[in-house]
Ligand binder design. Structure first.
Ligand SMILES: NC(=O)c1ccc[n+]([C@@H]2O[C@H](COP(=O)([O-])OP(=O)(O)OC[C@H]3O[C@@H](n4cnc5c(N)ncnc54)[C@H](OP(=O)(O)O)[C@@H]3O)[C@@H](O)[C@H]2O)c1
Length: 247
């Protein structure tokens, strides 16, 4: 397979740090971002060409994305406390929503200006409006939610609209369930709609070449969200794991 040029925003995160070696070993060129000079060496050791940039610094971001000349931009940015520590979550919710709205807007502009063709973005699988389960991707999102959930939902809706409605980019939204596994807050699957971080990363690899524009639920078989679409259109399998000697 011909390798693609990938700009991976959030290469140092829970998903990003599993995704980077997968992309590298699949033969892709990966330019991976972090805000921290100190993490550049780690990203290099995972197989990325590191770039230190904040998604809110729009001009610097555009410059970094343009320099990578990406075919595909992958957005794995979140801003959550390690271990989702409850004490820190109240402040994290608006920060995370800002990454999704303003951060995604900056990334979309940078991707289009750089001539990228596809944008793959991380969303969540628990943003559906109340209704019969399991939710298919065509079910409405919970746009009327209030309080903290309302803040999160406005961020999610902005991220998804920007990803799916920014021609000429082909947008793919990956609605991940609750992550578990290395580098996440949990070693064990949740009892909602869990997804192992390796399988989550693999969905982003598959979405580079497979799947039409749109949203995909990414989780183990569960009763809350339907996952047939990802299996059918991306060829995704929830059992995917990175062999430890490669991790
Ligand atoms: N679906 C889910 O269940 C789900 C999804 C995501 C995260 N989580 C949980 O959240 C916790 C933290 O996860 P994490 O380490 O991936 O999240 P994180 O620390 O919030 O970081 C994610 C990525 O976003 C980057 N980032 C954050 N703000 C940025 C900004 N302003 N500009 C540019 N890059 C920015 C980080 O880069 P830096 O190197 O600059 O920090 C990192 O690469 C874990 O417990 C994880 O399991 C759960």
């Amino acid at each position: 397979m011909m390798g693609y040029r990938i700009f991976l925003a959030g290469a140092s995160g829970a998903i990003g740090s599993r995704l980077t070696p997968l992309l590298h070993s699949a033969g892709h060129y990966v330019c991976g971002s972090t805000r921290s000079e100190a993490k550049a060496g780690v990203l290099r050791s995972l197989g990325a060409d590191p770039v230190v940039v904040d998604v809110f610094a729009a001009t610097a971001l555009s410059r970094a994305v343009a320099a990578a000349r990406p075919d595909v931009v992958i957005h794995q940015l979140t801003d959550l406390p390690k271990n989702l520590e409850p004490r820190l979550m109240a402040q994290a919710i608006p920060r995370n929503a800002r990454i999704r709205s303003e951060g995604t807007r900056n990334l979309v502009r940078a991707a289009i200006a750089a001539g990228a063709r596809r944008l793959i973005a991380q969303s969540i699988g628990w943003a559906y409006a109340p209704g019969p389960e399991p939710h298919a991707e065509s079910d409405p999102l919970d746009a009327d939610a209030e309080g903290d959930r309302g803040i999160t939902l406005r961020g999610v809706i902005a991220l998804e609209e920007l990803t799916l409605q920014s021609p000429p980019l082909a947008g793919i939204v990956l609605r991940y369930g609750q992550l578990y596994g290395p580098g996440t807050h949990s070693a064990q699957p949740s009892n909602l709609s869990p997804v192992h971080v390796d399988a989550a990363a693999h969905a982003a690899v598959l979405a580079i070449t497979r799947g039409g524009p749109g949203a995909y639920n990414i989780a183990q078989p569960n009763q809350h969200i339907a996952t047939e679409k990802a299996r059918r259109e991306l060829g995704w399998n929830a059992d995917f794991r990175i062999a430890e000697e490669n991790a």
